[in-house]
Design a protein around this ligand. Structure first.
Ligand SMILES: [Zn+2]
Length: 268
């Protein structure tokens, strides 16, 4: 048996503790510095990619120049943001004049809504439902997750660096528009939309109705974002299940003012 030297044991203990603290501090530093850098890089990449992709959509139509229409859509969006602690300033809302029934979330908080969709909804709660779904994609950063998965972070970062590259922008936009949208992301966005709507005292059953109405029409008007698995019927059913027993009693906006105003202005 080796003889234990208490002095040496003490020195060893002090050295070990010192080493442990040193390593722990170093590890904390290693974790902290790159993480911050990565976040900063992500924000820059996302902002650049958002700009590139929005550029494509912007050129595909024209932005609605009726200030009252934009304001009315914004009013509905604000109700959702306020009830859910989402900073309205992070969302870049664009109303595009297009007959297509569509809405989409793009990177960096760009939320695009077509006038065709605004006119297709039956009431304000349906419009709020669609906005809530897109808002969920934005808040959960689904688009960037999808892009990172399909293109890889390195490629995405270098594409964001290709300033003004129309080809890179098109490639990114194609991935965003592809039907390969993860079914789990769609389910997540639906579930989150139900939460957002309930928090704002808006009945999510209206979103379920809208999905069903779109599915029943079974024609070319079915937008990409509805043409997913699980089926539209399945999604509609799930929204009803998630809503069951939770229907809000008193709506935050008890009237249809914004929605009616949008219709009147667009149809005049
Ligand atoms: Zn979606």
């Amino acid at each position: 048996m080796q003889k234990v030297n208490p002095g040496r044991l003490l020195i060893q203990a002090v050295v070990s503790i010192g080493l442990f603290i040193g390593l722990w501090k170093a590890a904390a530093l290693i974790n902290w510095v790159p993480r911050e850098k990565v976040d900063a890089l992500n924000a820059r990449v996302e902002s650049r990619i958002g700009e590139m992709v929005w550029g494509i959509y912007e050129r595909s139509g024209r932005e609605c120049d009726q200030a009252d229409v934009n304001e009315a859509v914004d009013t509905v969006l604000r109700v959702l943001c306020k009830a859910n602690g989402i900073q309205r300033g992070h969302i870049k809302l664009h109303v595009l004049v297009k007959d297509e029934v569509n809405a989409m979330a793009l990177p960096d908080g760009h939320l695009v809504v077509y006038t065709g969709l605004l006119l297709k909804t039956d009431n304000q709660a349906q419009l709020a439902g669609v906005l809530a779904h897109e808002l969920a994609h934005i808040e959960e950063r689904h688009v960037m997750k999808k892009l990172a998965k399909e293109l890889g972070v390195a490629a995405l970062t270098s594409m964001a660096g290709l300033s003004g590259s129309a080809e890179a922008a098109r490639e990114i936009a194609e991935v965003i528009a592809s039907r390969a949208y993860d079914r789990s992301l769609e389910s997540d966005a639906d579930a989150k939309a139900v939460e957002y709507l309930l928090a704002a005292h808006i009945d999510p059953n209206e979103l379920a109705d809208f999905f069903m109405e779109m599915a029943e029409q079974g024609n070319l008007n079915i937008p990409d974002w509805l043409n997913t698995h699980p089926s539209t019927e399945g999604r509609s059913e799930r929204i009803r299940e998630l809503t069951a027993g939770k229907v809000p009693g008193k709506p935050a906006f008890g009237d249809e003012v914004s929605w009616k105003k949008i219709r009147e202005l667009l149809l005049e």
